[in-house]
Design a protein. Structure first.
Length: 253
């Protein structure tokens, strides 16, 4: 696999990406273009290859899985937001220390400057009483607060591209909406490029302007959110939409 700079005007460019394990090919030669400053979604059921595609961009594939063909081009620094904040955060280290560590080792800050920056990042992601929360351990925070900490850790590296791997799956509907709104605000305020992976087209449509639908390691449909949600062309896309429409609203009989 070749790593290059992204195409002009793009933050991420993927060409012919193939990913395999000992059991066979998992992602089959896909292409992906992400314009700088855009929010692009990858959506599909479990096993569709969407998370593997995302992780290939940052080079964090699971053990026994490797890129066997194609190229990945990236312009700028990458940050990653993981699905489960409980496993993404070290349970034995305060959340403030985990943000400060990135500031010191990636940005080269002094300990005092890193602490000030950690407070600023906690404020930016909406963690109340940030000075006090720096001293908290992950288990002392709610699920939504832990995911905000994970966002702060990613932002501490001052990324140009934010890779989000189903970051709201473990959250209840209300907190999920808050985190999605936060990601969109951060994208606009910071000029970030966002690549957002989810199994839920409804979630992706709240954050992204374009989407690629993946099934069995292949992109089966791509387009703007309005095109894909409003007039899906592939039967699998229609199946994903039907699954969303069949979920009853809270309080519905």
């Amino acid at each position: 696999m070749t790593r290059t700079a992204a195409a002009p005007g793009h933050a991420v460019t993927v060409r012919g990406l193939t990913i395999a394990s000992r059991t066979g090919t998992l992602v089959h030669g896909i292409d992906l273009d992400v314009s700088a400053g855009a929010a692009v979604g990858l959506v599909g059921e479990s096993g569709s290859g969407k998370s593997l595609t995302l992780r290939s961009v940052i080079g964090l594939l699971p053990r026994g899985v490797e890129i066997t063909g194609g190229s990945v081009g990236v312009t700028g620094r990458l940050g990653m937001v993981f699905q489960d904040p409980s496993s993404a955060l070290d349970p034995l280290v305060t959340v403030g220390s985990q943000v400060m560590e990135v500031c010191r080792h990636v940005r080269g800050m002094t300990k005092a400057a890193a602490r000030r920056r950690a407070v600023e990042l906690f404020e930016e992601v909406g963690i109340p009483d940030p000075e006090r929360r720096l001293r908290s351990y992950p288990h002392e925070l709610s699920g939504g607060q832990r995911q905000r900490v994970v966002l702060a850790v990613a932002l501490a590296a001052e990324p140009d591209v934010l890779l989000c791997d189903e970051p709201t799956t473990a959250l209840d509907v209300t907190v999920q909406a808050q985190v999605l709104a936060l990601i969109e605000r951060l994208r606009v305020d910071r000029g970030l490029t966002v690549v957002f992976v989810s199994h839920d087209l409804a979630v992706v449509s709240q954050v992204c302007s374009t989407v690629s639908v993946m099934q069995a390691g292949r992109v089966v449909e791509s387009g703007t959110i309005d095109q894909v949600v409003g007039a899906p062309q592939h039967p699998y896309t229609r199946t994903l939409l039907d699954a969303v429409l069949e979920i009853p609203e809270a309080g519905a009989p």
